[in-house]
Design a protein around this ligand. Structure first.
Ligand code: FAD
Length: 323
């Protein structure tokens, strides 16, 4: 068996474009050899061209899910295509809520194991291995699938660089959702999309994060202001999310978002391992901390030993003077 047929669970974003996680996975799938298929929950619409440009030779669309839970509907649609004879050797999912939901349900339907939370994949003949960071990223485990495919694997966002220009044909085919039986009784009644101005945290080129060193919730305004000035997104350590200063969607780290911006500014953040796994891939890291022994300085390209209450206002003042 060779790895000839690779599927990627594909998603569109709030504006109907291709989600960045999908483009990352398509690019990686395309580099593994074989034919790449994007399997879309709903319709690809405007995103179809980007899917093709990132390597999708074929695009399966489920069509309107009619309020069904995406996990239940898409896994059933995938199973129906597989039963119909188009059986992939490998299916790659984003390690996000929908990706995990579809993958776990499909795992039960196909009686195949899953490997999750991975950051890399390699194919050698018919052998597929994934790499998964453990213990907050201090150790990397390599796991190899055994037995028959389809192999099911989920990858953290930002594990791969998306690259267009792959010239996939993007031939669209229908993969309707079969009768879901009693599972179809559960429906989505409301979707809440958090309002944000500025770029999304995991897509921003500049991220400014605040931690407990800010002292109190109101001081997070300085982080918001600096992020806005730099056309970036505000982020946070778990300490201040747990304290209720900012919503969970701001959290960077092992149990939050993984970010890889061009510039990451950490203000009043100690640099616990669980925080650093979420940001240490940033291209340039600037840390502001009053403790010169703080672990964050170990990964910083530029370290400012100082009080955030003095450094941040001065930084804002200097930026304001420029504009
Ligand atoms: C299973 C698990 C998962 C976790 N997941 C995450 C995660 O996803 N993300 C995450 O962030 N954490 C996570 N944590 C928590 C993590 O271990 C740390 O507790 C947390 O990151 C600490 O946040 P902090 O750096 O803001 O606070 P602290 O560790 O309290 O650090 C505050 C820092 O501010 C500095 N400081 C204080 N006053 C000032 C000042 N005036 N000016 C400048 N500097 C100042 C201090 O010197 C200190 O270094 C997790 C923990 C566990 C157990």
């Amino acid at each position: 068996m060779a790895i000839d047929n690779i599927w990627v669970f594909a998603e569109t974003n709030a504006t109907g474009g291709a989600s960045s996680a999908t483009l990352e996975l398509l690019t990686k799938a395309n580099s593994l050899g074989g034919s790449v298929t994007a399997f879309v929950a709903g319709t690809a619409g405007d995103a179809a061209a980007a899917f093709a440009d990132h390597g999708a030779a074929k695009i399966y669309e489920t069509g309107d899910l009619a309020g069904a839970l995406p996990g239940a509907a898409v896994s059933a649609a995938m199973k129906a295509v597989i039963d119909g004879g188009d059986s992939p050797d490998l299916i790659m999912f984003p390690q996000n809520y929908e990706g995990r939901d579809v993958m776990s349900r499909l795992s039960v339907k196909l009686d195949r194991t899953v490997l999750t939370n991975s950051t890399d994949i390699s194919v050698d003949g018919d052998s597929v291995s994934v790499k998964t960071p453990i213990f907050g990223g201090v150790k990397i485990v390599t796991s190899t699938f055994t037995g028959e495919g389809p192999f099911l694997a989920a990858f953290r966002p930002k594990s791969f660089e998306p690259a267009g220009g792959a010239g996939g044909a993007g031939e669209v085919a229908s993969a309707p959702v079969p009768d879901l039986g009693s599972t179809g009784g559960a429906t989505v009644t409301e979707v809440h999309v958090e309002e944000t101005s500025g770029p999304k945290l995991d897509e921003a080129a500049v991220v400014v994060s605040g931690g407990r060193g800010l002292g109190e919730a109101d001081k997070f305004d300085m982080i918001e202001e600096l992020a806005k000035k730099l056309k970036g997104a505000p982020g946070a350590s778990r300490a201040i999310v747990d304290a209720g200063w900012v919503p969970y969607s701001y959290q960077v780290g092992q149990t939050g978002k993984v970010v890889k911006p061009t510039v990451y500014i950490a203000a009043g953040i100690s640099g616990a391992t669980q925080h650093m796994v979420g940001m240490k891939g940033s291209k340039n890291i600037i840390a502001i901390n009053k403790d010169k022994e703080a672990p964050i300085f170990g990964v910083a390209d530029l370290g400012i030993v100082g009080d955030v209450h003095k450094v941040l206002p001065q930084l804002l003042e200097a930026l304001n003077a420029r504009s």
